[in-house]
Write a protein that binds this ligand. Structure first.
Ligand code: BGC
Length: 478
């Protein structure tokens, strides 16, 4: 099995150290790939507005309304599970193209839905695409990026997610006067079409995948187009040397889940799965999905709920831009630690504000700072890390597993938030989320290595060291 450039220190992603023109190309590709993130945000956000009118047109019960929202999350879990094998067997480009096509099909079913049953089918199909794309995008972005800008390129995914959420609110506003929920869903067809067209005519296949699958000539042509003839030869030479040095047999081509059982992948898997769960059990979507309800519980009027949602969406997006600026400078660990610590404090205060009944505006303030803290760290950095910590041959499967856990956790939290808050109290529920952030803080400081500017081999060494012995906390080497 050819190991590709990625095993060679200094060449993580064959596109290391590329000139300015090449970088611009990479950014263009990245924007098209990250349309997958946009649809993630759009399709999870648009339903809240659409539901108001669907409910009226089809006379849906509360349970039926909830199911229209949450079946997407179930579809997304299944999509995420399927994505790993697809991206490994067919390649990243084809996988993303197929996901774009499924987006289109799901959107078409929703737009034409004659009743509740068809709505559910449309939402599940859309979920399959959302989940699969959310697993494919980080891997694809990671593999077309030079390491110097890899953090920024990967954070683009989260920026597109937050943009998608925000645009969905505006689309809801736009179509609200006529109650045209079909129009709301239809808007999602545009970026989906962008993905299909991009996969057919704009995007290259991941060079790392090409090399691993023995398609060196294609990989070379691609590297030349970005890094220039001279560098390409150097990079290809390294890869060839690597190939003759010894073809390891622990990298099954099939790209199945078995790769995740390899001892070498274990540490990355623990980090990926744990961060996936912490990202959701830290409570983010109880604010993103239920902000108006929660705000109303503080005592403020919810009549302007869409305005609160927009404000939260704007802060979410702006702070993600800050993350883009910081992720390759401050590094992933610092952002994660700062983010989790601030979320923890805000959740503790938010809980307290409910329990002792503080001024409603204070609760709102804690909520907003909490969102900002998530957006600058835990939000983007989870998606960045799942594109970086897995060995190349297990990257698609590892991303797939982590993403699936993220969607399952999202589903569980969304489902139980309101009932649990009813039983133990709203404030106490926020304290549970605070405890999850405290655990996350310990876990990150203990087990998550810095990946900024590092090749996979360096990341791997740091990861294995952290899992083998107690590291010097905060040590740069970690
Ligand atoms: C999370 C989503 C969340 C979004 C909010 C993402 O990183 O995975 O569940 O809705 O951030 O911006």
């Amino acid at each position: 099995m050819v190991q590709g450039f990625s095993r060679e220190p200094g060449t993580e992603g064959p596109l290391a150290d590329i000139p300015e023109g090449g970088r611009r190309r990479v950014w263009r590709w990245a924007v098209v790939i990250a349309l997958g993130g946009f649809l993630f945000g759009f399709d999870t956000g648009v339903v809240s507005g659409a539901l108001l009118y669907i409910k009226r047109d089809f006379g849906l019960s509360a349970f039926e309304q909830g199911s229209v929202v949450s079946v997407l999350l179930i579809g997304a879990m299944l999509g995420a599970v399927a994505a790993g094998r697809m991206a490994e067997n067919l390649g990243r480009r084809k996988a993303l193209g197929i996901e774009g096509a499924v987006f289109l099909i799901g959107t078409a079913i929703l737009v034409a839905a004659p009743g509740y049953g068809a709505l559910l089918v449309g939402r599940v199909v859309l979920g399959l695409a959302v989940g699969a794309a959310s697993a494919t995008v980080p891997v694809y972005l990671s593999e077309v990026s030079p390491k110097e800008i890899r953090g920024r390129v990967l954070t683009l995914n989260q920026l597109m997610i937050t943009t998608g959420i925000l645009i969905s609110y505006f689309v809801n506003l736009l179509f609200a006067s006529g109650g045209q929920w079909r129009g709301m869903f239809a808007v999602g067809a545009l970026p989906a079409l962008g993905i299909v067209v991009g996969a057919l005519w704009v995007l290259p296949e991941s060079p790392q995948w090409l090399i691993r699958h023995g398609r060196r000539d294609e990989a070379r042509a691609l590297i030349v187009s970005v890094a220039g003839e001279e560098r390409a030869d150097h990079l290809i030479e390294q890869a060839q040397r690597r190939e003759t040095q010894g073809l390891r047999s622990d990298s099954p081509r099939a790209g199945g889940w078995r790769v995740l059982l390899e001892p070498r992948v274990r540490a990355a898997l623990i980090v990926g799965l744990t961060l996936a769960a912490v990202q959701q059990f830290g409570g983010i979507n109880t604010i993103i999905y239920y902000a108006p309800t929660t705000i109303e519980n503080t005592g403020l009027s919810a009549s302007n709920s869409i305005l609160y949602s927009v404000a939260i969406g704007v802060i979410n997006l702006l702070m993600t831009i800050v993350a883009i600026k910081l992720v390759d400078r401050a590094g992933r660990r610092r952002l994660l630690l700062g983010s989790l610590a601030s979320m923890l404090v805000m959740l503790a205060l938010l809980g307290l504000s409910f329990v002792i009944g503080m001024n409603a505006l204070l609760s709102l303030l804690f909520m907003v700072v909490y969102i900002a803290a998530f957006a600058v760290g835990l939000g983007p950095v989870f998606w960045v890390l799942i594109g970086e910590i897995f060995p190349p041959h297990a990257r698609a499967a590892g991303s797939s597993a982590s993403t699936a856990v993220n969607w399952i956790s999202n589903f569980v939290v969304s489902l139980v938030f309101l009932p649990v808050a009813n039983v133990i109290g709203q404030g106490q529920t926020f304290w549970v989320f605070a405890a999850v952030c405290a655990f996350g803080l310990w876990f990150v400081s203990r087990y998550v290595p810095e990946t900024r500017g590092r090749d996979f081999e360096q990341v791997d060494v740091a990861l294995q060291t952290r899992f083998r012995k107690r590291p010097q906390v905060g040590a740069e080497a970690g």
